[in-house]
Ligand binder design. Sequence first.
Ligand code: MGD
Ligand code: MGD
Ligand code: MO
Length: 764
Amino acid sequence: MTKKTIAQPPVKFTGIKEIKMPTSAVGFKAIKSALTHITDEVGIMKGIGLLAKLNQKDGFDCPGCAWPDPDEKRAFLAEYCENGAKAVAEEATKNRVSPLFFATHSIAELGLLSDFELGKKGRVTQPMYLPEGATHYQPIEWDAAFQIISNNLKKLQSPDEAIFYTSGRTSNEAAYLYQLFVRQFGTNNLPDCSNMCHESSGAALSETLGIGKGSVTLDDFKYAEVVIVIGQNPGTNHPRMLTALGETKKHGGKIISINPLPEVGLKNFIEPQNPLKWLGDGMDLSDLFLQVKINGDVALLKAILILLNQKEMNNPGTVFDTDFIQKQTQGYEDFIGDLETYNFDDLVNQTGISLSEIAAAVEILANNKKIIVCWAMGLTQHKNAVDNIREVVNLLLLKGSIGKQGAGTCPVRGHSNVQGDRTMGIWERPEEDFLNALDAHFNFKSPRKNGYDVVESIEAMYEKKAHFFLGMGGNFNSATPDTEVTAKALRNCELTVHISTKINRSHLIHGKEALILPCLGRTEKDIQASGEQFVSVENSMGVISKSVGHLEPLSEYLKSETAIVAGIANATLENTTVNWTAMAGNYDLIRDAIEATIPGFEQFNERIRILGGFYLPNSSRENDFSVTYTGKANFTINQVSDIVLKKDQYLMMTIRTHDQFNTTIYGLNDRYRGILNERRVIFMNSEDIKEAGLQHNDLVDLVSHFEGQERRAEQFLVIPYSIPRQCTATYFPETNVLVPLKSTARISNTPTSKTVVISIHKRE
Ligand SMILES: Nc1nc2c(c(=O)[nH]1)N[C@H]1C(S)=C(S)[C@@H](COP(=O)(O)OP(=O)(O)OC[C@H]3O[C@@H](n4cnc5c(=O)[nH]c(N)nc54)[C@H](O)[C@@H]3O)O[C@H]1N2
Ligand SMILES: Nc1nc2c(c(=O)[nH]1)N[C@H]1C(S)=C(S)[C@@H](COP(=O)(O)OP(=O)(O)OC[C@H]3O[C@@H](n4cnc5c(=O)[nH]c(N)nc54)[C@H](O)[C@@H]3O)O[C@H]1N2
Ligand SMILES: [Mo]
């Protein structure tokens, strides 16, 4: 018999090359890299045809990040970035994983491939089935696959024994139909990638401002006097955001970046849209870079707020927006009272930043009124992540920097439709109003009990309280924390099902039986009973727009995500009140149902056909905080980090390279950080390396420490890097095995993937 398939990326070294860190982002090299990926995966002619439709008003939405497209003018052939082009190349690839491929490779064998090698095998072309005890996947007809799902769902003692995960690429139409099926089946077990991503932002913003989404639009970047980019690496993860930051600079605004790493994209940027500038010096972006220690952000913000408060007390009414505070907010006195209890020097020490640099930030903030704060995973994946974001809101409220042009909150979303999926009801804790609307429209009673989020789902499968897993996209095994625990949880299931475009490690870590259901991607034509369909998505700023694929589907066996949901629903639900076949045959009918049950979608079918789409209503953008629990915008009292490191311990953040999209590894380079052809590295401060008796390129094992438990990840190369003392960085998902499942953020329950306590051990 074969050995058990390994759950983690195998230890393989690919031959590190180190280069000097570049001094600017984007520019000619980025364009070259984009074209290389497109040419290698898709071919040059087809590739250029694809790029011409990418993010255009009549084209398809980039399957990369959720950064918005300009409302007005869009550049022909340039409304994309290097990493968007890689995302498209990855999906539209010529390479195929056919039944023959599965017949000639056992699952254990596939497990020995790295994520990079696995992904490069290409798109899955046919539904595949793994019977109990089998070593190879085999092809299966769609109807037989739906029947296996239905049989397994019907065997459960309760609908709550099934888990229905979603990754944020799923369109609004597919997501809506999916949650409707899951609720008609009888559970709210709808965990999604958001639980690991911006859940902390949603929790903090709903409490303080009344809506879990950001408040700014792209246009606001032109009017902002200050933009703070904190805990985010836009040069890699949202490259088109650099154009917006460039607009801020062109209009005289200042940029402050707050990050443990000097990320190149935040320093200097060469506009991709203007070839005349490709070889020039580029535009300097950050006016001030605060190199904060990992998880030192609440301390830093508090230190800034204390100094701002002192300035305000010296000259009342000149620093804070007292009128806004008085009329629109609640909790100011308690907040200021709390601020006065901190020891200022302790706070500064926690940040690792000099007092003069903090004072420079205070100077910029004191003298300006229109502030935008942008953030991503550097704030959301800590134990006090919700505190981080509430403290950001405190700053904006003091300055009255919300609900007006050029100011506000900007949580920069990850997956291209992660925000839309939540709007569509992909949530384990749905609002009563939403469920009531569903019940009334579809004439059934949806479940009221809260479902499991990602961490709770893993626990439920681990403890054998749940026996069925279905993933609508994503790579659950590799994206979640505590890889070995998650793998055991998935293996405990009776059936694991993945609706996927490409093969990934979650297909190899399976339940007793398993299915891979291949679906159409964004780039492909979607033809249903009523003809050619399009879908809709919501970007990071609440714009709903249309996305239509133009390529011929790569295989005749692929189904759309909506058709797959309808197939499962028809096979499973006996007394359903929904005509699944009709809805999947004509997405206008799904949009009619969305309009009838979700606020903000009036005349949806009409408005979605207007090129460019429409904005959803957003109360905090409109300066209306009446929807919070106090009826006002709320100041909050937040906690600084309580992590105490022992002498030989370090904090580790798990971050993305320039060549990956989450668990999809496009290539082996992290060009902007000077690392080529290798992923098994740990970035350390050179003083720490010296003190630990280590040397550049030493081979080390990493051990994480949590509540007396140890977890181990073996074989990483030590790289000296500009990073604060006792802080380290490694790449996700290689080190997810070190992130303890139970180490999560208060309130949002998001895994603390940016604060892992580790020790570092030299290999003999
Ligand atoms: N090309 C590409 N684009 C992507 C993705 C991708 O993988 N590849 N992923 C998408 C998804 S789902 C998401 S959520 C986003 C992720 O976008 P990011 O959040 O930018 O991604 P990370 O690599 O996790 O980077 C986190 C950044 O926060 C910093 N950081 C870490 N800890 C702290 C801290 O304690 N304080 C502060 N101030 N900074 C900290 C890190 O140094 C790093 O710069 O990108 C989306 N876009
Ligand atoms: N340690 C650590 N862990 C993290 C993070 C971190 O920063 N550090 N970040 C977290 C974050 S922010 C996120 S969002 C999650 C991401 O978690 P996931 O969303 O679960 O993971 P992805 O790697 O984005 O999923 C990639 C897979 O999605 C499938 N796919 C791609 N396009 C489509 C499509 O159009 N339809 C369907 N059905 N499938 C498709 C492909 O098969 C591909 O292999 O990971 C989280 N995990
Ligand atoms: Mo994300």
